[in-house]
Design a protein around this ligand. Structure first.
Ligand SMILES: C=C(N)C(=O)O
Length: 125
């Protein structure tokens, strides 16, 4: 199997990067924008809805690699408005069970295509 993961169940890259790569027994998932691959459009305008879509995209990429979000070891959540922290956390919690992956959440000034949320992941195979 190639170490590059590609699935049409998650949005295609919008630049020169892979959806994900495998190395050292880990799956490195590129930052997932909240794009619905079926429509090519953002899932919704609000940060919680966008977070759910980004996580769904990561789950699809994980599945394509033969793993799952349950094996995630590190997540990074980028938001353009940290006042959305609590609302995003509530959505995020629905995708994971203890033991939770490590995580960093940071506010950034802007994200590609005007997104409010982008999430990347490192997942064990
Ligand atoms: C959307 C991205 N992950 C990027 O531009 O790097």
């Amino acid at each position: 199997m190639s170490d590059t993961i590609a699935t049409d169940k998650a949005p295609a890259a919008i630049g020169p990067y892979a959806q994900a790569r495998v190395a050292g027994g880990l799956l490195f998932v590129s930052g997932q924008l909240p794009i619905d691959p079926a429509t090519g459009a953002f899932a919704g305008p609000d940060a919680p809805t966008q977070a759910a879509r980004s996580l769904t995209n990561i789950a699809a990429i994980a599945e394509a690699a033969g793993t799952s979000l349950a094996k995630a070891v590190k997540m990074t959540v980028y938001v353009t408005d940290l006042t959305q922290f609590k609302a995003v956390n509530e959505v995020y919690a629905g995708f994971f069970q203890a033991p939770f992956p490590a995580r960093s959440t940071v506010e950034v000034s802007a994200l590609p295509l005007g997104a409010s949320v982008e999430i990347d992941a490192v997942i064990a195979l």
